[in-house]
Design a protein around this ligand. Structure first.
Ligand code: MIG
Length: 795
């Protein structure tokens, strides 16, 4: 393995500078600079729209008990010692530089404002800075640690060391820590309050979350200047809202991006794509998007078409569009170093590519063979890259799928996948302040996704645009939705998707999903059915599979699996008014679409780290079946009223003295997933459509699920589903409430509902304890919905 060279940090003159600031909106910021580095104000992690408005003033830390700064150099050897023993360092390209002597400079403690007694120690380590935070409270409450973005493992990240280092990791086995995304944010949660701790850096960061010592969080940052943001909130929802105010929210997606999406590595030629499209419509499986993976390109040259496989892309794309399909194409950053290829030659001319320290072009290897990598930290490169999207937009492509943007580079050790990315010592332009690439490694995909967004603004100004990315750093949600890369058709990965997506959502990126059915290897019918049933309730819903697997389309696993896929994809479509409402909230407040039970039930002691089920919004509890051969599973229901989605049975879960609920048996034959509607909510839904381009029957249905007092409440947002009319008030947002006898509606905002596709309202109230669904009804959505006495406020 290769020794990391220290291009940006020399420990010779140990000197660090700490500056504390506080913002009017409750953040405490510790700015760290080492060795006289001058601070730069920029970071792609922060939302550029809101960051300049935040006011900061100097804040001297208040040491608890007035004891003043403390030295604690004795503590900081532990993380380094541990890492040399190989713990969680297997996939860390920097491991050989660890375990060196720590260089203590100074220590500092800060008593955080309200309730939660977190203190922060800061000291110098050989590779950067070490932060030391106790994970215990005086009252001895368990502190849960969530966040850290896309990681293996459970919802609570304790007991392990996790690294932020984006790489093309093809096997997401449990011991892996570095995958494609870097979100160095943790929430330290107790029922009484949440501390948010975010490290604003795009360099490597290690989080030892109670591995070296059970009650200690050690964070080591390999950077010579970064900011550490800290705050305390009363609840996790408030913490996530504040964090997403800092790092930005998702743009409101077009409705079609919430529909079902079918992918394959790769669908080609044109006839095959058309055949898949036709089959969806013939089999009546709703679908909005088909993907073209790398084989649509001419010899893997990005922004070109293989005209043998796709003779007239625009004609094909238009034909698909007429049938209600959008086409999304893959884009890889690696540009083939072929002088007769205009993307490369123009890039060379514009000095758009990453170079070696001496200025020589860096040539790596990806699908097209020798390839150069755009330096997306250079504004002119982003502009140049954005313009090339014209070749795809001219063909009518509706969305861009950015892959390999860690960036992956095959010149490393193919077997061990060590250094499977470009070298640290390339030069990154870094918006005019050149640095070694290693220092901004985790930012690479942000720049690429930003350029893709710019391409939409330029060529598709009327559309909201859709960008999907594999890699990203903090803030990536402002540009792209995230899919979690190359999972396997393993039950373990169906299981893992729940805590993984939950933590991505908590880390500020609510538009997340993974390859349904599994990417690598072959799914069988049972795994496929279980996976589709669960993924239908996750924010981004796409099926995909690898080059050498069997077919993974809804009809590929026999008639029963097809029926299951049709059912769950259908339910997804019928729930789109609800989902769309959740996405709109996510775009405004950063609220996760898919939530841990803890989000809604913080006082329930049995849900604090639970991820064997999840909530879609606040109303639906989804309990995926995660193993073969079973027809039922246990489901934990927090105290309150719940309705079995399939039988309609009302389940009253009494509150135990400690605030907990009860375990029920969820009936789960192969064509069902245990699914519960929460009492006290109102679920907006609609009739089945085959794709979002269909207008539907114009009836907005409200399913009312009364709580123990007979009341229910729900919110709703609607607009045209595409375009920017909503920015000019063409939307309706409001709430509905049910008091046991009548429905009330309250408009909260919005000037007009003229773009909405619903013209009338129909309601149904969930059956009481004795109530069973009538025999024709398959689920609660099929309860007869009567015409409501209330008319739609906009109609
Ligand atoms: O190294 O484009 O994660 O979804 O199908 C494989 C081919 C490159 C990796 C992506 C996967 C995609 C595949 N890509």
């Amino acid at each position: 393995m290769q020794q990391r060279q220290d291009h940006w940090f020399r420990p010779a003159a140990p000197h660090s500078d700490l500056a504390w600031q506080q913002s009017a909106d409750g953040w405490l910021r510790l700015a760290v600079t080492l060795d006289g580095t001058t601070r730069s104000g920029r970071s792609s992690a922060l939302d550029p729209d809101t960051a300049p408005m935040r006011e900061w003033y100097d804040a001297a830390p208040v040491p608890p008990g007035g004891s003043g700064p403390e030295f604690f150099s004795d503590r900081i050897h532990r993380l380094n010692d541990l890492a040399t023993q190989g713990v969680a360092a297997n996939d860390n390209p920097h491991e050989d530089t660890r375990g060196l002597e720590a260089v203590p400079v100074e220590g500092l403690r800060y008593g955080l404002p309200s309730g939660f007694p977190a203190t922060l120690g800061v000291s110098r380590s050989r590779d950067g800075i070490l932060l030391d935070i106790p994970l215990s409270t005086p009252r001895g409450e368990a502190v849960r640690v969530m966040g850290l973005g896309e990681k293996t493992g459970s919802l609570d990240k304790r007991g392990r060391t996790w690294v932020m280092w984006n790489c093309d990791e093809p096997v997401h086995s449990p011991e892996k820590s570095a995958l494609y995304q870097a979100h160095p944010v943790v929430y330290l949660w107790t029922p009484g309050g949440t501390v948010t701790l975010f490290i604003d850096t795009m360099a490597t960061v290690w989080f030892d979350v109670g591995e070296a010592e059970p009650d200690r969080l050690l964070i080591e940052i390999y950077d010579n200047r970064f900011d550490c943001y800290l705050r305390t909130d009363e609840s996790l929802p408030e913490a996530v809202e504040s964090y997403s105010a800092l790092t930005g929210r998702i743009p409101l997606p077009p409705e079609w991006a919430l529909g079902f999406q079918q992918c394959r590595y790769s669908y080609f030629p044109e006839e095959r794509v058309l055949e898949v499209a036709q089959k969806f419509r013939e089999e009546r499986v709703p679908c909005d998007v088909l993907y073209l993976d790398i084989h649509y390109m001419d010899g893997y040259r990005v922004f070109t078409w293989d005209h043998r496989r796709f003779p007239e892309p625009d004609r094909m794309v238009q034909g698909l569009r007429d049938q209600g399909f959008r086409v999304v194409t893959i884009v890889d950053p690696g540009v083939k170093t072929d002088v007769d290829y205009p993307v490369f030659s123009s890039g060379l001319e514009k000095q758009a590519f990453l170079t070696r320290p001496g200025g020589e072009l860096y040539v790596g290897k990806v699908w097209p063979g020798d390839a150069a990598f755009p330096d997306f930290s250079r504004p002119a490169t982003r502009e140049w890259w954005a313009r090339w999207h014209k070749t795809l937009f001219d063909a009518g492509v509706a969305g861009i799928w950015n892959d390999m943007n860690e960036p992956a580079d095959f010149t490393g050790d193919e077997v061990l996948r060590v250094n499977f990315t470009v070298p640290d010592d390339l030069v990154a332009h870094n918006e005019g302040e050149p640095v070694s690439f290693g220092r901004v490694h985790n930012e690479y995909a942000n720049g690429m996704n930003r350029a893709t967004r710019d391409a939409f603004l330029q060529y598709r100004p009327e559309e909201r645009g859709f960008v999907l990315t594999r890699s990203g750093g903090t803030g990536v949600q402002r540009y792209a939705a995230i899919w979690t890369g190359d999972n396997h058709s393993w039950w373990e990965h169906l299981t893992m998707m729940v805590p993984m997506f939950l933590n991505v959502g908590l880390s500020g990126a609510p538009f997340v999903g993974g390859d349904a059915g599994g990417f690598q290897l072959n799914a069988d019918a049972e795994l496929y059915r279980r996976w589709i049933a669960a993924a239908a309730f996750t924010p981004f819903f796409r099926a995909h599979s690898a080059l050498d697997t069997r077919d993974h389309e809804p009809w590929s696993f026999g008639p029963e699996a097809l029926e299951t896929a049709r059912r769950f994809i259908g339910i997804r479509y019928r729930l789109l008014p609800y989902l769309y409402t959740l996405f709109e909230e996510a775009s405004r407040r950063g609220t996760p679409v898919m939530r841990p039970l803890l989000w809604e039930f913080p006082q329930d002691p049995r849900v604090a780290s639970r991820a064997d089920s999840f909530l879609l919004g606040n109303a639906l509890l989804v309990a995926p079946v995660r193993e073969p051969g079973v027809q039922e599973r246990s489901v934990y229901l927090p105290a309150g009223v719940w309705y079995d989605f399939w039988s309609g049975e009302r389940i009253d879960v009494p509150r135990q003295p400690d605030g907990s609920g009860a375990v029920v048996v969820g009936n789960a034959p192969l064509d069902r997933i245990p699914l519960y509607l929460r009492g006290g909510t109102i679920l907006p839904h609609e009739g089945l459509r085959q794709h979002t381009g269909e207008t539907g029957d114009g009836v907005l249905r409200l399913l009312i699920a009364p709580d123990a007092e007979g009341r229910a409440q729900g919110t709703f947002y609607g607009d045209a589903g595409e375009g920017f009319g909503y920015c000019a008030g063409r939307f309706w947002r409001g709430s509905f409430s049910w008091d046991g006898s009548g429905l009330r509606t309250e408009s909260r905002a919005g000037e007009s509902g003229e773009d909405l596709r619903w013209t009338s309202l129909a309601t149904a109230v969930c059956p009481g304890t004795s109530g069973e669904l009538n025999p024709e009804a398959e689920s609660l959505l099929d309860l007869p919905h009567g015409e409501s006495r209330l008319s739609l406020p906009w109609a």
